[in-house]
Design a protein around this ligand. Structure first.
Ligand code: ADP
Ligand code: MN
Ligand code: MN
Length: 179
């Protein structure tokens, strides 16, 4: 279905993890440090209508994967994108150069999700997702282990050091692709 992505001089980075682990905050920080473009998939799906309507049962939009992938394939071609999404196994392996999986302990995650005004059942569902490390396993099912980095995102200091670490990785990638 998809044509092969050409070689990139700028990397594409996927930031994944359970809702509340800090994907959007971290990706935004990385985008500022690198001047890459932050692409928050949830927002994109709403704004570009990459869905088939609202699902009452899940209190979320019914993602249209085909539309999303068609849209992203163009956007990712030149590299330099920081994509932020809780899912990862819908993306072809060669679209990304690094996959970051953020992790947060239950207590902190609970407070963050409650603070977001999620219903108790939605909070519990996401806590379970984190306990069973579903996002990490999903990333492992789709991307080679050497592309995946698992990072703890519990404190502001950790968020900053995580973003700096990703920036350093991006600089190393760019130095290598220029050589
Ligand atoms: P996600 O995009 O994964 O759902 P967000 O980036 O929206 O997560 O973060 C959820 C909430 O948790 C926000 O209020 C954010 O400020 C806070 N947060 C995220 N990561 C950290 C962290 N490492 N330390 C402290 N607070 C964090
Ligand atoms: Mn987010
Ligand atoms: Mn799946």
């Amino acid at each position: 279905r998809f044509s092969a992505m050409p070689e990139r001089t700028l990397p594409n980075i996927l930031v994944t993890g359970t809702p509340g682990t800090g994907k959007t905050s971290t990706a935004e920080m990385v985008a500022q440090l690198t001047s890459f473009e932050h692409m928050e998939i949830g927002k994109l799906v709403r704004e570009q209508q990459l869905h088939d309507g609202y699902l009452e049962e899940y209190d979320s939009l019914d993602l249209n994967e085909d539309k999303l992938l068609d849209y992203l394939e163009e956007e990712l071609r030149d590299g330099g994108k920081v994509v932020d999404f809780h899912g990862s196994d819908l993306f072809p392996e060669d679209w990304f150069d690094l996959v970051v999986v953020l992790r947060t302990n239950n207590t902190l995650l609970y407070d963050r999700l409650q603070g977001r005004g999620y219903t108790e059942s939605k909070v519990q569902e996401n806590i379970e997702c984190e306990i069973f490390q579903e996002c990490l396993e999903e990333a492992r099912s789709q991307f080679p282990e050497e592309m995946i980095v698992e990072l703890v995102s519990e404190t502001a200091d950790q968020m900053e050091s995580n973003a700096e670490r990703i920036q350093q990785w991006a600089e190393a990638f760019m130095a290598k692709s220029k050589a």
